[in-house]
Write a protein that binds this ligand. Structure first.
Ligand SMILES: [Zn+2]
Length: 415
């Protein structure tokens, strides 16, 4: 069993301010991917899952940091298994190549390269590609022929790569930034690595979307920052960089995200109107006003209560309720509503590594799809709600007359 260590920050991850206000508490929760066996219950650890707003720069963040010696993840997600993601990153790389037109042989780097999904989007043989990946997924990128640096990216790492490989024309980091504790060191590493006319593209889930659509189950310990343009403007200004263009994307099941294009402060890229528009929109929305977030927290609590009431009501009328899918984020929701086996009998899952284990914190047994189908359930709480359309069309449960309970933004029964 993995042992976790916790530490608590007292200052903002971006600007260092100590003026931090807690606006949402989801309770003490184990790390979202720490599925356990019956024998491990006694030793299970839980840590506060609380979100704070920095009143100075507007960054929403966790201050309780949970880490473990073991960064290898049994459930490591291999990006390239998703066709939609491959297409999405191809479009991103095509866009940045069209914008920058780097000369052949230029260095292009992907940080958090996973199995090489983004590096694979560059025309073969045209550029020097390099991945940075501290987790075991980097092995898959190596098997595909990519050079991979096995380190956490920071200022020193950026400097070392620039010394050994030269400066980079394009650096990409998708779904990485929000997971980095030393975000200032990461940005400083980008400054060291980037060529004078180089472009850094980051993609991350957008805070405003999370709050508007009530995706509070995307809050979990590994996800340290909930990003928007305002605090990132501050970060880049502090590190000699500049965001010059922003695009909204929707990566299918991965949900809405922002793509931010960043260059060195004095590079020749003019600020695109999209940057000014988003700054104004965030100010009008209330990105630094605590009331914006307190309203969100109120809606989260209402949704949790409504969900429990709905499930109890189904049970009162003779229904039988399980949950469907055991993604990491499902555990935020289950722990928040204090689910147990009187509320949810079992969780159906097709990942062999999870079947037979218990959900972290709530200890609900995870069973195979076959066992779930044999259980005679009338309703299933859809924890992987981002795949709703797919499951409505394809799942045997729905074809058999079953109903999904979709938890957010408002508990709803489908079809
Ligand atoms: Zn701050």
């Amino acid at each position: 069993m993995v042992e976790y260590r916790a530490s608590k920050k007292s200052t903002c991850r971006i600007c260092g301010s100590g003026e931090l206000v807690r606006y949402l508490s989801l309770g003490d929760q184990p790390p979202s991917n720490s599925f356990i066996s019956q024998a491990e219950i006694a030793a299970e650890q839980a840590f506060p899952l609380d979100v704070y707003l920095c009143m100075s720069c507007g960054l929403s963040q966790l201050l309780d940091i949970v880490s473990s010696e073991d960064i290898f993840d049994d459930y490591a997600y291999l990006s390239s298994t998703s066709r939609a993601l491959c297409d999405h990153y191809q479009e991103m790389i095509d866009n940045v190549l069209a914008l920058l037109k780097p000369p052949p042989g230029s260095l292009v780097v992907d940080i958090g390269c996973n199995d090489g999904i983004t590096l694979n989007c560059y025309p073969a043989g045209s550029y020097k590609t390099l991945g940075v990946e501290p987790s075991s997924a980097g092995e898959y990128a190596r098997e595909r022929g990519f050079e991979v640096v096995d380190r956490f990216f920071n200022e020193q790492c950026g400097r070392d790569i620039a010394a050994s490989h030269g400066k980079a024309k394009i650096v990409t980091a998708t779904n990485v930034f929000a997971h980095v504790d030393d975000i200032v060191g990461f940005a400083a590493g980008i400054r060291e690595l980037l060529d004078d006319d180089g472009v850094f593209v980051i993609e991350f889930p957008y805070l405003v979307d999370m709050i508007e659509a009530l995706y509070f189950d995307t809050i979990y310990h590994e996800h340290l920052s909930y990003l928007s343009l305002a605090p990132l403007d501050r970060l880049f200004a502090d590190t000699g960089l500049r965001a010059f263009r922003v695009e909204k994307t929707d990566v299918g099941a991965s949900g809405p995200a922002l793509q931010l294009f960043v260059c060195k402060r004095d590079a020749g890229y003019e600020n695109d109107p999209s940057i000014l528009e988003m700054r104004d929109a965030e100010t009008a929305w209330g990105i630094k006003r605590i009331e914006t977030y307190e309203r969100f927290a109120g809606r989260v609590r209402e949704t949790g209560d409504a969900l429990v009431t709905l499930i109890r009501d189904i049970q009162k009328h003779g229904g039988k309720v399980a949950a469907y899918g055991a993604p990491a984020k499902g555990n935020t929701l289950l722990n928040f509503i204090k689910a147990n086996t009187s509320l949810i009998d079992v969780v159906a899952e097709n990942n062999e590594l999870k079947i037979g284990k218990l959900t972290p914190g709530t200890h609900i047994p995870i069973v195979s799809d076959d066992d779930f189908m044999a259980g005679g359930y009338s309703h299933a709480l859809l924890l992987a709600w981002n795949y709703l359309d797919f499951f409505l069309q394809k799942s045997a449960f729905i074809k058999d007359g079953g109903k999904f309970i979709v938890p957010v933004p408002k508990p709803d029964i489908r079809p």
